[in-house]
Design a protein. Structure first.
Length: 116
C-alpha cells in the first residue's frame, strides 16, 4: 500500500518537472513576426548585415523580398498623397492660386481700413 502512495508521489513530481521544462522551452522560443513591418525590418537588418561585397544571389534575394513586402504594405491615402511631388508647371499654377487667397498683411489691412 505504501509502495503505491510513493509511486503516485514520484509520478506527480515527474509530471510537475516535465510541465516546468515545457514552459521554459516555450518561453525561450522566439515569437514569429507575423506583421509585414516586422518582416520588412528583418529584411533591412539582413541587408545591412551583409559583408562589404555581398554575394550577388543574396543581394538580389533581399531586394526581391523588400520589393514584395513594400507592395503588400498598405499606405493610408492621407499619407500616400505626399508620396510624389508636383511637376514645375503644376506647382506654379498651384502657388499662383494660393497667392490669391493669402491673408492680408498688417499694412494692407490698415490701408484698406483707412480707405473706407
Amino acid at each position: 500500500m505504501s509502495d503505491k502512495i510513493e509511486q503516485k508521489n514520484s509520478d506527480s513530481e515527474s509530471n510537475s518537472e516535465s510541465q516546468e521544462e515545457s514552459q521554459e522551452s516555450k518561453s525561450s522560443q522566439k515569437r514569429k513576426a507575423y506583421s509585414i513591418e516586422k518582416k520588412l525590418e528583418a529584411v533591412d537588418y539582413a541587408y545591412k548585415r551583409t559583408t562589404f561585397r555581398p554575394l550577388a544571389k543574396v543581394h538580389r534575394r533581399l531586394q526581391r523580398q523588400r520589393a514584395v513586402l513594400l507592395k503588400r504594405l498598405k499606405v493610408p491615402p492621407p499619407v500616400h498623397q505626399f508620396h510624389s511631388t508636383l511637376d514645375k508647371p503644376t506647382a506654379v499654377k498651384l502657388f499662383s492660386l494660393l497667392d490669391k487667397y493669402r491673408p492680408e498683411t498688417k499694412q494692407a489691412s490698415r490701408a484698406s481700413s483707412f480707405a473706407s
